[in-house]
Design a protein around this ligand. Structure first.
Ligand code: 5GP
Ligand code: ZN
Length: 105
């Protein structure tokens, strides 16, 4: 997916700092934070949304990545969000999990 912004970020095209990464995913700060802490867990594999995901193992790995990065960053209380589809507010069609904590807007 050459025109996918998250694939470009994954390739390092914008020099985005990765807060955390593992074999399956990278984690970086949302450019337009909707809480004091707003991170995105993005799988290395391009999957458009949860609707297109058929690998339950990947979903488990992504949720474990949420756990790993929040633990590492000392974020004890947080909300996870996955927007699926345009009408639900999905803007970037590369599956990702939002991690939000504190000062919700
Ligand atoms: P969605 O609405 O698709 O669930 O969430 C996409 C998120 O990606 C939005 O919160 C938006 O602010 C964030 N985002 C879009 N483009 C970029 C970017 O180039 N860099 C970063 N760090 N975040 C982005
Ligand atoms: Zn992508």
């Amino acid at each position: 997916m050459t025109d996918c912004i998250f694939c470009k970020i994954l390739k390092g095209e914008f020099g985005t700092e990765f807060i955390y990464e593992n074999e399956y995913a990278v984690v970086f700060k949302d450019i337009n934070p909707k809480a004091d802490i707003h991170l995105l867990v993005v799988p290395r594999l391009h999957v458009e949304s949860l609707n297109e995901l058929d690998d339950e193992n990947l979903l488990a790995k992504l949720m474990m990545t949420v756990k790993e990065v929040t633990k590492k960053e000392g974020i004890n209380s947080f909300r996870t969000v996955i927007n699926t589809g345009k009408e639900a507010g999905q803007e970037v069609f590369h599956l990702h999990i939002h991690i939000l904590s504190g000062g919700f807007k």
